[in-house]
Design a protein around this ligand. Sequence first.
Ligand code: SRM
Ligand code: SF4
Length: 644
Amino acid sequence: MVSTLPTAHAKRSKVEDLKEKSHYLREPVLSELQLDTTHFSENAVQILKFHGSYQQDNRDNRVKGQEKDYQMMLRTRSPGGFIPPELYLTLDRLADTYGNGTLRATTRQGFQIHGILKKNLKATIAAIVHSMGSTLGACGDLNRNVMAPPAPYKNRPEYQYALEYANRIADLLTPQTGAYYEIWLDGEKAISGEEHPEVVAARQRNINQTNLNHREEPIYGEQYMPRKFKVAVTVPGDNSVDVYTQDLSLIVITNAAGELEGFNILAGGGLGRTHNKEETFVRAADPLGYVDKDDVYDLVKAIVATQRDYGDRTQRRHARMKYLVNDWGVAKFRQTVEQYFGKAIAPYRTLPEFQYEDFLGWHEQGDGQLFLGISVENGRVKDEGAFRLKSALKTLVETYALPILLTPHQNILFYDIRPELRPKIDRILRDAGIQPVESIDTLVRYSMACPALPTCGLAVTESERAIPGVLTRIRALLTRLDLKDEHFVVRMTGCPNGCARPYMAELGFVGITPETYQVWLGGSPSQTRLARVYIEKLPIVELEQRLEPLLVFFRESRLQGESAEHSGPESFGDFCDRVGFEALEDYAATYTPAKPGAKQRLRYRVNLRPDVFNRLKETAHLKGKTLAEIASEAIDAYIQRAQG
Ligand code: SRM
Ligand code: SF4
């Protein structure tokens, strides 16, 4: 049995009191919604989040001494990124009627509408629910949108299982309070999809206190979770969901006949941190073990119960499950989970390496039909001049009733497309100024940026609005350095919370002060390794100056064979990780940029044994020379001696 809970007697954070007093997420939202005001109180804002909405203000419109330009952001709950055609058309309409005219595909496979006035919030949520959508639990201290690879392969059962279980786990952990329907639909019950009977039974099953004694919220109780909780389900080898960044990841394991056996489990990942507060940090999830399919719900509940009961409810900065796993260590965390689970967790099974898939462009989906992944720069679905993405997507859904899967990289995928429609769809997209994936700059294709200014209240600098310019500059630099076709994963955020997962990127920019970013390097192209801080503060005007030496070093010294994770020459992220930051710094310190117009000196590559390389590095450092100078002198001397 589980022993006394650690945070029961310590002083709880204010949000804990608000949750407890909210009467299962009803107040003060319900009362304040009736008031003719432009915004909610601070207390109501905390509870509003559980309903899928954040109160924001347009920061471009701030004027000293005047009331802020308050507006609400709404986020969908869409497990695995599934958006049925009817819901898409509703969201498209709501964005125009009540929002700022754009939709935004998120990094967790949801849609956001920004710019909704408080007085229109109820109509907007009601319209979403009436179109089979929901925003319940898209934000707040509970299980967030459950991710799954977006590929709709009909002939690969593991993909079907991943999507199916993403839905079932989302259902299992959906808040049960009636508050949502009372507030936004005047009590009318939603016409949502049926829950699987296994899920209904699993929710009620109370093994070793995984459930609390609360009729309205059997799993969460009246205080919900200590903090947000994030789950992804994926298949072996597919890291489209950024599997190491989640509180909990499940990896589908099938037998030789393609039947579901169970899941590998990873736990304790998370990216949020605060600058200059070392007690906050990014963390990659650890393998916890394997669970048979029949026990999966009980294990998920056991992990949720462990975080629910032992997660820190006194300091929100320390409340994510990653801190519990880190403070206890994996062994103690596993032991506690096993107490709730009622049995031992089996060992983690060996898996193939993960790869990063974005599924853009046209693909066979395995049943004669096609799917099409469309790149959406930073997830922003909009019309702007000759670029009419929003109109084109609407036309496609209206004309062909195509269902959508949002990807974890802010892109949109249409599926169940009859092959004969392909030319017509291509024409609609071309006429709307949308480039086919083959023509998109690969830096842009693999990049992500969070919204930041003007909507995000936590942004310290630009992100979505800054990244196009930054990528253009990096492309120009690469071209100038004879690396024209090179690309790597670039991600940017306007603060350290990590919403576009920059800490897994090969080149991550994390806003630290206006127009200044921390630079993180060394993540892998498949997002399987955490990056590390290389530059504490980079004024973005100095981008080329600081990046050029690294790229030249990379060009000169990358491995040409297979890299650790990818076929072909070593990637920038793998290179930075292999040579180490000291070597990068050393190289940058002695680097002299080639004079503009100067003829580029031809350079050759040789591979050295690691011990020789280390001695070479030390000697270069001692002598104040570059590695190339010392190596050339030494080899020249050797050859002269050898030749007599
Ligand atoms: Fe996030 C807070 C946007 C994915 C970590 N995030 C916010 C808020 C709501 C700002 C706020 O609290 O006032 C941002 C709204 C901005 C706006 O104007 O829309 C915001 N987060 C986003 C989205 C829209 C970014 C995007 O480019 O798509 C993503 C919505 C996903 C969804 O559909 O649910 C989004 N946020 C993430 C991720 C990535 C992920 O989940 O895979 C992370 C890092 C992973 C993690 O959670 O560890 C992330 N967001 C945060 C945090 C830091 C959490 C922490 O543990 O410290 C905050 C701040 C907070 O919770 O206090 C935050
Ligand atoms: Fe806002 Fe920071 Fe998240 Fe960007 S990373 S959306 S600036 S909270």
